[in-house]
Write a protein that binds this ligand. Structure first.
Ligand code: ZN
Ligand code: ZN
Length: 410
C-alpha cells in the first residue's frame, strides 16, 4: 500500500505531468465507481493546482457486464444521444481528461463476441468526435491506473485478494517512480531520455523498420511519408505539453498502410474487451492482413479483424526496451497501459494524426495519401521479445541497427 504522501504525489503526477492541467481549466475524470477514492484525490489535487471545475464521468463495469449478458444486441448498440452531447460539451469547454484505467480483464468473459464487437462499433462511432479531439491533441489527456480487487486477482491468482492488491500497489509504485523522493522530477528526466531517442529516429527518416526474432517474427513495416517519432510528451494543439500515458516507456510512429510485409508473432497475450487472444500470428502483404492464426481466442481475433476495413492494417509501431521497469517487473498486467509499455508493439487500426508532420491540419484524404491508416479501432498487440532485433532501413537502403537482443542500442 502506498503512504498518504505517495498517493498525493501520484495524484499530482496525473494532474501536472499527465494532463498538465492549466490554471482555470475544467477537468474531466473518467473512472469506474470502484476507484472512487483515487478519483476524489485527483479532483482535490486539481483544485489545489487551480482547476475551474471538475466533472466526473463515472463508469460501472459490473453494470456493463450485466447489460452485455442481458440486453438485446439492438438495445445495447443504441447509444443514447445525451452521451454524445456530454462528450461534445467536454470538447466545447476544452476540458483536459484524466482517465483512471483499472478494468477487470474478465469484464466480458463468456459474453457473445458478436454482440460485443457490434456494441464496440456503435460506441466508437458515437464517440468519434471526442476520440478525434483526444487523438489529435485538441484536448490534453492522460491515463493512470490503480489496483482493484478484481484486477489484482487476475494478475496474482495464487494470493489472497488483499495480498494481491498490495503487490499491485508495490509494482505500480516502482513503475510510477513513486518510490523516489521527487516523482515529478524523476518523470521529467525519464521523459527527456525518451524524447532524445524519438529525435534520433525522426532525423533518420527511415523508409522501413525491420523486426526479426527466433519465434517467427520477420516483418518489414514501412513508415508513413513525413512520419514523426513521438515519445512520452506531446504538445497539445494549444502548444501546452502533456504526457498521455502514465506510465510510458514507448517511442512510436505511424506505419505506411500499403507497405507492410511479412509475419509477426505475438509476444504477450492481447486482451481485447475482456477476451484473451494468445499464441497468434498475423501475415501482411502490401500493408494488409492476408492471414491470421490464433491458438487462444481465435473468434475474438476474427471479430476484431472483421470490425471494419482499416483494422486490417496498422496504425502504430512502438519501440520499448526489455529493461524498462515494467518489462523488468515480469508481471503480466492484463491491462494495455502497462503491458504495451513492457514490449514493442503494433496496433491494428487507426494511426494518430500527430505522428505525421502537419497531420492535424490535413484532411482524411491527405493523411491517407501519406499512408496513414484510418479505422474506428486502435488495438495494441505486443511483439517485442527478449531476443528481438530491430533495424531502420533508409530510402537509400542503408541499414541502421536500433535494437539488439530486445533492447535499445542507440
Ligand atoms: Zn503505443
Ligand atoms: Zn497504441
Amino acid at each position: 500500500m502506498l503512504t498518504e504522501k505517495q498517493l498525493q504525489n501520484f495524484a499530482e503526477l496525473a494532474v501536472r505531468v499527465g494532463a498538465n492541467m492549466q490554471k482555470g481549466q475544467e477537468v474531466v475524470i473518467r473512472c469506474d465507481v470502484n476507484c472512487q477514492d483515487f478519483a476524489h484525490l485527483i479532483a482535490q489535487k486539481a483544485y489545489e493546482f487551480g482547476a475551474k471545475k471538475v466533472h466526473m464521468e463515472w463508469r460501472d463495469e459490473k453494470l456493463d457486464r450485466i447489460n452485455m449478458l442481458n440486453a438485446t444486441k439492438d438495445a445495447i448498440c443504441d447509444i443514447p444521444k445525451y452521451q454524445t452531447e456530454l462528450w461534445n460539451y467536454f470538447i466545447d469547454r476544452k476540458c483536459c481528461l484524466i482517465s483512471i484505467s483499472a478494468e477487470d480483464p474478465n469484464k466480458y468473459k463468456g459474453c457473445d463476441a458478436n454482440k460485443l464487437s457490434a456494441y464496440q462499433i456503435a460506441f466508437q462511432t458515437a464517440r468519434q468526435l471526442f476520440r478525434n479531439a483526444t487523438m489529435s491533441n485538441y484536448l490534453r489527456w492522460t491515463i493512470v491506473s490503480v489496483p482493484t480487487p478484481e484486477w489484482a486477482k487476475q494478475v496474482f491468482p495464487n494470493d489472497p485478494v488483499n495480498v494481491a492488491v498490495d503487490k499491485m500497489w508495490d509494482a505500480i509504485a516502482r513503475i510510477m517512480r513513486l518510490d523516489t523522493p521527487d516523482p515529478t522530477a524523476a518523470w521529467r528526466k525519464h521523459i527527456e531520455t525518451l524524447v532524445s531517442r524519438a529525435k534520433f529516429l525522426t532525423e533518420h527518416n527511415f523508409e522501413y523498420i525491420h523486426m526479426k526474432n527466433k519465434t517467427g517474427t520477420d516483418l518489414k513495416v514501412g513508415l508513413a511519408e513525413g512520419h514523426v517519432w513521438i515519445a512520452a510528451e506531446e504538445d497539445g494543439q494549444d502548444g501546452v505539453p502533456f504526457t498521455a500515458n502514465m506510465p510510458t516507456e514507448e517511442v512510436f510512429t505511424a506505419p505506411h498502410n500499403r507497405k507492410i510485409d511479412g509475419t509477426v508473432v505475438n509476444a504477450l497475450p492481447l486482451v481485447n474487451n475482456g477476451n484473451v487472444i494468445d499464441d497468434f500470428s498475423i501475415t501482411f502483404k502490401d500493408g494488409k492482413v492476408v492471414d491470421y492464426k490464433a491458438k487462444i481466442g481465435y473468434d475474438a481475433l476474427k471479430g476484431l479483424l472483421e470490425s471494419d476495413e482499416g483494422v486490417l492494417s496498422l496504425g502504430e509501431i512502438a519501440l520499448i526496451g526489455k529493461n524498462s521497469p515494467i518489462a523488468q517487473s515480469g508481471i503480466l498486467f492484463y491491462n494495455t497501459l502497462f503491458d504495451e509499455n513492457a514490449s514493442c508493439h503494433l496496433a491494428f487500426g487507426a494511426s494518430y494524426p500527430t505522428t505525421v508532420k502537419g497531420g492535424n491540419d490535413m484532411t482524411d484524404e491527405q493523411l491517407a495519401a501519406r499512408g496513414m491508416n484510418q479505422s474506428i479501432q486502435h488495438v495494441d498487440f505486443m511483439v517485442g521479445t527478449k531476443d528481438i532485433d530491430i533495424d531502420g532501413i533508409g530510402y537509400d537502403g542503408k541499414v541502421v541497427p536500433i535494437f539488439r537482443d530486445g533492447d535499445w542500442i542507440i
